[in-house]
Design a protein around this ligand. Structure first.
Ligand SMILES: Cc1cc2nc3c(=O)[nH]c(=O)nc-3n(C[C@H](O)[C@H](O)[C@H](O)COP(=O)(O)OP(=O)(O)OC[C@H]3O[C@@H](n4cnc5c(N)ncnc54)[C@H](O)[C@@H]3O)c2cc1C
Length: 517
């Protein structure tokens, strides 16, 4: 650091799933690594597990609004060390091999990736070790091939969830145990709290990017972090090919941070916005945007919550998120053509119901929540060029977006409703979510071999820049419709980039990461 400005060998912007994993991968490289994080460490406090504070009052959401069609919305963003993973549901699942191949969706193709599942597999294995995933093989007929067993034994279902699983098996379906990142058993601090999915963990027993990646990285004498430090613009040299510094706002003060190499991991929308704000005479449409693809192909999954209610049976489950179902995904025959996947959510609380349906009386919401068993339904959405992040006149984030995959998602909901009635839940209620539920936001700087149709090359380097990688969800060409969210894929890609980068000195190969952890 010199004077007011900052410097390092490598600057990492953000500290979430992608950026945090990159910090971890570089911790023993000998490089001076500086993490610039817009937020702070999330405090450990009584409110962490308070539904009133976390759900009803959105205590941990930033006071930031994005725009869509002239309306403001708040989204699922969380700006802390660890990013959105501080609040995530901790399902750490791999994508399926076919998710990396082209597939026809209603509105257009889900494009082929420039790499295959096999290319990413060793990094999935390394990421599962670092993130402490617990899971079980042999239950999900669609599980992808693996070179290593899960690092930890799976979480067991609680009785009500096991009962549902048995009733699904009776229907010929194949429920399976979700791969989860919580530090349970073997001396771990997890107590199977009801307040995990959508809450931060005061015990630091949720395997988020802060706990599993950033804190271990900061133990290295060569890694440091500046919090409350928001990247505003990337500045290039005269050739326009190298980023030389990032302009940051640190506790209200404008500073420059310079480095030989930069890794951007600000999240899909914020990274695209950062590059758009970095327009210059060499890059008039935004940095690395000659293709006009920057910000486009925005995807986030099409989601619904669905609850089966048996008015006679209270559901006393504490940790409900252990069950997955892929029978409506990847089946090429009959009605179940890649409709999507189901996973149980953290237990739905009356605050969730009244939060999204304010007209529902509290007594009714309490009655439903105490008797429901709850699913999250996800369908792959289609990366359209017209679905994109742009800047509003004030420099904020605006989404130009129309929903896709409506038909397939409706079919998935219909199948799930029938399934739950057959399983013994006479009342089935559900709610679709839209743009504001952007927890899985991805795809704004997609990777590809062709610079005309992609922003990043197959190692997540912008085609037009020599010394930058982008390792957050922006790189994803597609999201698939399988279980979990994109976190494990983002983490695996960060490890792949770290190991193969031409701009970062070589770091430990994945197999050594595997040996050491
Ligand atoms: C409630 C909830 C539940 C979820 N459940 C799951 C789940 O079970 N499984 C799963 O796989 N995924 C889940 N997700 C999604 C998952 O958290 C995200 O997909 C993942 O965190 C995205 O990683 P990322 O690196 O792209 O962004 P993030 O993890 O969000 O990291 C972005 C980082 O950049 C920082 N930042 C942003 N702008 C700037 C800037 N200008 N300058 C400096 N820093 C900046 C942010 O503060 C943040 O630290 C969930 C998300 C939520 C909100």
């Amino acid at each position: 650091m010199s004077g007011q400005d900052l410097s390092a060998d490598v600057i990492i912007i953000g500290s979430g799933a992608g950026a945090g994993t990159m910090a971890y991968a570089l911790k023993d490289s000998g490089l001076e690594v500086l993490i610039l994080e817009r937020g702070d460490f999330l405090p450990v406090e009584a409110q962490n597990w308070s539904p009133e504070d976390t759900v009803a009052k959105s205590r941990y959401k930033p006071d930031e609004y994005w725009e869509h069609k002239g309306k403001r919305y708040r989204g699922s963003n969380h700006y802390y060390v660890g990013g959105m993973t501080k609040m995530f549901g901790a399902c750490l699942a791999r994508m399926r091999p076919s998710d990396f191949e082209e597939y026809g969706l209603d509105e257009g193709p889900s494009p082929a990736w420039p790499i295959s599942y096999e290319d990413l597999e060793p990094y999935y294995a390394a990421a599962e070790k670092i993130w402490g995933v617990r899971g079980k093989t042999g239950e999900d007929p669609m599980e992808p091939p693996r070179s290593t067993p899960f690092p930890h034994l799976a979480l067991e279902h609680e009785p009500e969830v096991e009962r549902l699983a048995a009733r699904l098996r009776d229907q010929g379906l194949n429920p399976y145990t979700l791969p989860m990142g919580v530090d349970y058993g073997d001396g771990g601090g997890c107590v199977r709290s009801r307040y995990c999915d959508g809450f931060s963990c005061p015990l630091h027993a949720k395997c988020d990017a802060d706990v599993r990646c950033v804190r271990p990285a900061l133990e290295s004498p060569t890694v440091s972090i500046v919090t409350n430090c928001q990247a505003e613009r990337l500045l290039t040299d005269r050739t326009g090919k190298r980023v030389v510094a990032v302009e940051v706002r640190h506790r209200g003060e404008l500073k420059k941070a310079s480095a030989d190499a930069f890794v951007v991991g600000a999240g899909a929308a914020n990274s695209a916005a950062l590059f758009l704000r970095s327009a210059s005479s060499s890059h008039p449409l935004g940095l690395a945007n000659s293709s006009d693809q920057l910000g486009r192909n925005y995807i986030q999954h099409r989601d619904s919550a669905l609850s089966g209610v048996d008015p006679r049976r209270p559901n006393e489950t504490s940790f409900q998120k252990t069950l997955g179902l892929n029978d409506f995904y990847l089946s090429e025959t009959g009605a179940h053509r890649r409709l999507g996947s189901l996973q149980t959510t953290g237990k739905v609380l009356h605050e969730h119901i009244t939060g999204s349906l304010p007209w529902v009386p509290k007594w009714f919401a309490e009655r439903v929540a105490s008797r429901s068993i709850d699913w999250w339904l996800m369908t792959e959405d289609c990366p359209l060029e017209s679905n994109r992040v742009v800047l509003s006149p004030g420099g904020g984030i605006r989404l130009e977006w129309q929903p896709t995959s409506i038909r397939r998602h409706r079919e998935l909901v219909r199948e799930a409703r029938k399934m739950m009635r057959r399983a013994g839940y006479p009342l089935v209620v559900w709610k679709h979510f839209g743009l504001e539920t952007n927890a899985h936001q991805s795809g704004t700087m997609r990777m590809g071999a062709d610079p005309d149709t992609s922003v990043l090359d197959p190692y997540c380097r912008p085609h037009e820049l020599e010394n930058v990688h982008v390792v957050d969800a922006a790189f994803l060409p597609s999201l698939g419709g399988g279980p979990g969210g994109p976190t494990l894929t983002i983490a695996a890609m960060a490890l792949r980039v770290a190991e193969n980068s031409e701009i970062l000195p070589k770091v430990r190969p994945a197999d050594r990461l595997l040996e050491k952890e």
